[in-house]
Ligand binder design. Structure first.
Ligand SMILES: [Zn+2]
Length: 455
C-alpha cells in the first residue's frame, strides 16, 4: 500500500471506524510536546481530577481503599501522594469492583502474563488506546519515520487465526505493518525468516530487545546481511534494553538508529526515546513517580517506577506499582521538548525455550500460553540441556486439575514433536540471585546465544 494513502486515508479511517480519535490526539500531542513544564503539569492536574472523580464515584471499593470521601479531588499534583499505591495483587483480587463498564466505547478485557510471571486480567478503553497509538506515531516522527512506512514487528502472532486474527492481519496489510512471528525464528529457519523480511523491505523494525538481538546474532552466524534492508530505525520495547544489545542491533542493521520504549501491556506506553538519547515520558497522559520506601526519590536516584495512566477510565491505574526500577531526571533535554525524562534501570527480561528441532519459543509466547488459565498465581519454566521443560506453578483455589494437563499440552504443542514437559506444584517460587525473578530459565537458550556469534 502506498504510504501516503495509509497516512492520509486508510489509517485515519480505520481509527474512526474503531471509535478512536487517534489522529486528533496525535495532532494535540504534536503541539503539546513543546509546552512548558507548568503547562504540562496543569494538564496533568486537570486529567487527574477527572480520573480520581471517576474512580471514586464508580467504585465503592476504590473509595474505601483510598479512605477518601467521594467528593475529594486533588488540588495539586502533590496530592497524588494521598492516594494509595495499587499493585497487581489488589487489581486481580478486586477487578470486578474496579472496572468501569460505563466508560465511552466500553471497557475491554485484556490478559497479560504480567511483568514477572504473575498473570493478570485488566480492562482498558478506547481513549487509552488512542493515546498509546498517537504517542507511538509521535515518537516515530522524532526519528524521521512517518506513519504509513513499512514496519516489521518481530512479535508474537495471534495464537488462533480466528475472526479477530484474520481481521488484524488484513488491517496490518492495509497499514503497511506485518508480524514476523518470534516463534518462527531459530537457527534452522533463519534463512527463510530473513528472506521474508527482506522481501517486505521494512523502513522500521519493532520488537523485544532479546528477540531482535537473537535475529542479529543468528543472521551473523549464518552469514546473512541485514544491512541490505532500508531499515532506518529499530524500536525496542517490553524489556530492559542493554548497551551491548544496542550495539549489536545497530551494527547488524547498518548503523540504523536504535530507539527504546518503556511500558507494559497494563500500564501502556509510558516513555519513548528521542534522538538525543533521553527517554521522554508521555507527560500528557502519564504521571511517573519513582519511590524509595514509599517516598519520592531524588532526581537521579533509583526507586520503584509507579505509573498513573491519566487517560484510562475503564480501570483506575492510579499509582500502579510496576516493580521496575528507574530514575527521574530534572535535566532538560537538548531537543527542548518539555516532556519529563526518565531512565529504566531494571525490569523485565525475556528468555527463550529451545525446541528439540531447534526453533525458539520466546518468553512472550509462554506468557500468552499460560496467562489465560485461571488460578495461576505465579509460574516459572525450567529447561534442561536435554530439552525437557519443567513448569513450576503456584496456584490458588480457582485452579482446576484439568488445567494442569492443558498447560503442559499447550507448551508441548509450541515446542513441537518430541517435546517433553512436566508440571510441578510449589508453595512458593523464589526469586533468583539479586532478587531478580526469571520466569524462564533455559540452559539451552543461553548456549544458543553464546554460541551464535562465534559460529
Ligand atoms: Zn529529547
Amino acid at each position: 500500500m502506498n504510504p501516503w494513502l495509509v497516512r492520509q486515508i486508510v489509517f485515519p479511517l480505520h481509527e474512526i471506524l474503531c471509535g478512536r480519535r487517534t489522529m486528533r490526539v496525535y495532532r494535540r500531542l504534536r503541539r503539546s510536546q513543546w509546552w512548558s513544564t507548568d503547562q504540562l503539569r496543569q494538564l496533568q492536574l486537570d486529567k487527574l481530577c477527572r480520573l480520581v472523580g471517576v474512580a471514586l464515584s464508580n467504585s465503592d471499593f476504590y473509595a474505601d481503599f483510598a479512605g477518601l470521601d467521594r467528593s475529594w479531588r486533588p488540588q495539586t499534583l502533590d496530592d497524588l501522594q494521598r492516594l494509595p499505591l495499587l499493585d497487581k495483587a489488589t487489581i486481580s483480587a478486586h477487578r470486578g469492583d474496579l472496572v468501569n463498564r460505563g466508560v465511552p466505547g466500553g471497557a475491554r478485557r485484556y490478559r497479560t502474563g504480567g511483568s514477572s510471571g504473575e498473570p493478570m486480567i485488566f480492562y482498558f478503553d478506547k481513549l487509552r488506546q488512542a493515546f498509546d497509538k498517537a504517542a507511538r506515531i509521535r515518537a516515530h516522527d522524532w526519528w524521521g519515520l512517518r506513519l504509513g512506512q513499512r514496519e516489521a514487528h518481530i512479535w508474537n502472532a495471534p495464537i488462533e487465526l480466528d475472526g479477530t486474527g484474520r481481521l488484524k492481519r488484513l488491517r496490518d496489510t492495509l497499514t503497511n505493518e506485518r508480524i514476523f512471528p518470534v516463534s518462527t525464528l531459530g537457527p534452522k529457519t533463519i534463512h527463510a525468516f530473513t528472506a521474508a523480511l527482506k522481501r517486505f523491505a521494512p523502513r522500521c523494525v519493532f520488537g523485544y530487545p532479546s528477540a531482535i538481538e537473537m535475529l542479529c546474532t543468528l543472521s551473523a552466524a549464518a552469514g546473512i546481511r541485514l544491512d541490505e534492508m532500508p531499515v532506518r530505525a529499530v524500536f525496542l520495547t517490553g524489556e530492559v534494553l542493554y548497551d551491548h544489545q544496542r550495539t549489536i542491533i545497530s551494527e547488524a542493521f547498518g548503523g540504523a538508529a536504535v530507539a527504546n520504549n518503556y511500558g507494559s501491556r497494563e500500564a501502556g506506553f509510558v516513555a519513548h526515546e528521542c534522538p538525543q538519547g533521553r527517554m521522554h515520558i508521555t507527560s500528557e497522559n502519564v504521571i511517573v513517580e519513582v519511590l524509595r520506601d514509599g517516598r519520592p526519590a531524588q532526581p537521579g536516584q533509583d526507586g520503584e517506577i509507579v505509573v498513573t495512566q491519566l487517560d484510562c477510565l475503564a480501570m483506575p491505574f492510579i499509582r500502579y506499582r510496576t516493580s521496575d526500577v528507574g530514575q527521574l531526571s530534572d535535566d532538560p533535554c537538548p531537543c527542548q521538548r518539555g516532556l519529563e525524562i526518565m531512565t529504566v534501570v531494571k525490569g523485565r527480561s525475556n528468555d527463550f525455550l529451545v525446541a528439540p528441532d531447534g526453533h525458539i519459543v520466546h518468553g512472550s509466547a509462554v506468557h500468552a500460553a499460560l496467562s489465560g488459565t485461571p488460578g495461576i498465581v505465579r509460574f516459572q519454566l525450567l529447561q534442561q540441556a536435554d530439552y525437557h521443560v519443567t513448569i513450576l506453578l503456584t496456584t490458588d483455589d480457582q485452579f482446576t486439575p484439568g488445567s494442569e494437563r492443558a498447560i503442559a499440552d499447550e507448551i508441548a504443542h509450541r515446542l513441537g514433536d518430541r517435546a517433553s514437559v512436566s508440571v510441578e506444584f510449589r508453595d512458593e517460587i523464589a526469586p533468583g540471585p539479586a532478587g531478580k525473578y526469571r520466569y524462564i530459565i533455559s540452559d539451552l537458550s543461553s548456549l544458543t546465544r553464546r554460541a551464535a556469534p562465534a559460529r
